[in-house]
Ligand binder design. Structure first.
Ligand code: LLP
Length: 424
């Protein structure tokens, strides 16, 4: 469920018409619903608790939507943060997430990032390889601390909607095999700069079937039991993120309650382990839309009708990068026969095509349309390609809205650069 609905014939976010935001901030603009963010988080957490799981750590995957106000909204509802860089740790801390609820993942953390994480006191650093274990141990010893670590396991399970976002197969770059995890855990428990507390996995994103998740979780549970049988202490099991969001053209993702029941079943009888989760998309995707304006309707005499928008692939990369489908809705739908459009942005490459042959209500220059389900990996992946200004972000709560990332000016954009002295 989300809070983007037609009210008085116009698409609104909670109680604010999207046209009000477009008038105030201009387009393109991302708009997020606080109520939807909080609802998605609490539905998941309550489902996990309702299934009998004690004190789960639900760490929002900051990469999906790194806006500090978005993270703060979730932190105030009780979320932790799953982060993959020093920048994301800083965002989580700035948003008020306690370090004790921050999990640091990623395949190539630098010395500086590890040091920053240790100084901040993050709950857990997920290690992806033996060289990374050695590096964290070295940093820990240098700082006179034992870094709390988990070993990221690649359970060799196929999952995830698109090859570019599937992570759990043996050939992907993420984590170590189950056998390696046992060896590294034992090694880590003898190193002075680290303290292994658990194991972690994440097998992909936009997963719409519980079966691969269950297959991975069964393997992870067995691993915890093997480690314990070797006399090693395991306090945390991080089950990653990956649950899909409904994009309207894909299979419907599982309900949080069914996901929670599957976990309760696969973990039944396993005591003394805190479960951690790293959901991004399922919390943020349907909590955001990208509002954009129709720049032109270019009807070729030969037939094709191009809807040229003022948003482009630099604002919403997912269609160009993953052939992703986003529902497109007119903000104020006009009556009339639906029309088949190719929906494109103004950037100078054919990849800047959001979709082809999409049947939409009739649209005219100046009309607003919204890309739905754009709250995750939307603004997060935006850039200034073609020297277009970074897209702004607005957060709505009830009948109020706030610009939580303003659109920069062209002066801001140019001021970030410097001349080379020999060019003077
Ligand atoms: N944990 C780890 C270690 C991850 O790598 C990811 C996502 C997550 C959690 C969150 O996964 P989620 O719950 O959001 O599925 N840019 C792509 C998605 C990339 C996902 C990368 N890892 C897209 O737009 O579809």
């Amino acid at each position: 469920m989300n809070h983007f609905e037609l009210k008085g014939g116009e698409l609104a976010c909670e109680d604010v018409p999207l046209s009000t935001i477009a008038d105030a901030v201009g387009t393109p603009v991302y708009v997020y619903s606080s109520a939807t963010l909080v609802r998605h988080f609490t539905v998941l957490r309550d489902a996990l608790i309702g299934a009998g799981l004690k004190d789960p750590l639900v760490a929002f995957a900051v990469k999906s939507n790194p806006n500090v106000a978005v993270i703060r909204t979730l932190a105030q509802a009780g979320a932790g943060a799953d982060v993959v860089s020093e920048g994301e740790i800083r965002r989580a801390l700035a948003a008020g997430v306690p370090a004790s609820r921050i999990v640091f993942s990623g395949v190539g953390k630098s010395d500086g990032e590890i040091e920053f994480a240790l100084q901040a006191g993050v709950a857990e650093i997920n290690l992806e390889s033996e060289p990374e274990l050695d590096l964290v141990d070295a940093v820990g010893r240098r700082l006179g601390r034992r870094a709390t670590v988990a070993i990221r396991v690649n359970p060799d399970v196929e999952a995830g909607g698109h090859a570019k976002i599937s992570t759990g197969k043996a050939e992907s770059k993420f984590g170590v095999s189950l056998a390696e995890a046992e060896r590294l855990y034992a090694k880590a428990s003898n190193l002075p700069g680290v303290r292994p507390v658990g194991v972690a996995c994440h097998i992909g994103s936009q997963i719409t079937d519980l079966a691969p998740l269950e297959a991975a979780f069964v393997k992870m549970r067995a691993l915890v039991e093997r480690l314990r049988a070797e006399g090693l202490s395991v306090e945390r099991l991080d089950l990653g993120g990956g649950l899909g969001a409904p994009y309207f053209n894909t299979p419907t993702p599982p309900e949080p309650a069914d996901y929670a029941a599957m976990i309760a079943r696969t973990m039944a009888g396993l005591s003394g382990v805190q479960l951690a989760f790293e959901p991004g998309r399922m919390i943020a995707a349907n909590a955001g839309v990208l509002v954009t304006k129709v720049q032109h309707v270019h009807a070729r005499p030969e037939g094709r009708k191009f809807l040229v928008l003022d948003a482009a692939m630099n604002d919403l990369l997912r269609p160009a990068m993953y052939d992703a489908f986003h529902d497109i809705r007119p903000v104020a739908p006009r009556p009339g026969e639906p029309i088949v459009y190719d929906v494109v942005g103004p950037i100078c490459e054919t990849g800047d095509t959001f979709t082809r042959d999409r049947t939409l209500p009739p649209l005219q220059t100046g009309d607003l349309v919204a890309f739905m389900t754009a709250g995750a990996y939307g603004a997060a992946m935006s850039s200034e390609y073609n020297s277009r200004l970074l897209v702004p972000e607005v957060l709505v709560k009830g009948d109020r809205f706030a610009v939580v990332r303003p659109r920069p000016t062209y002066d801001d954009m140019l001021a970030r650069e410097a001349n080379a002295p020999w060019l003077d």
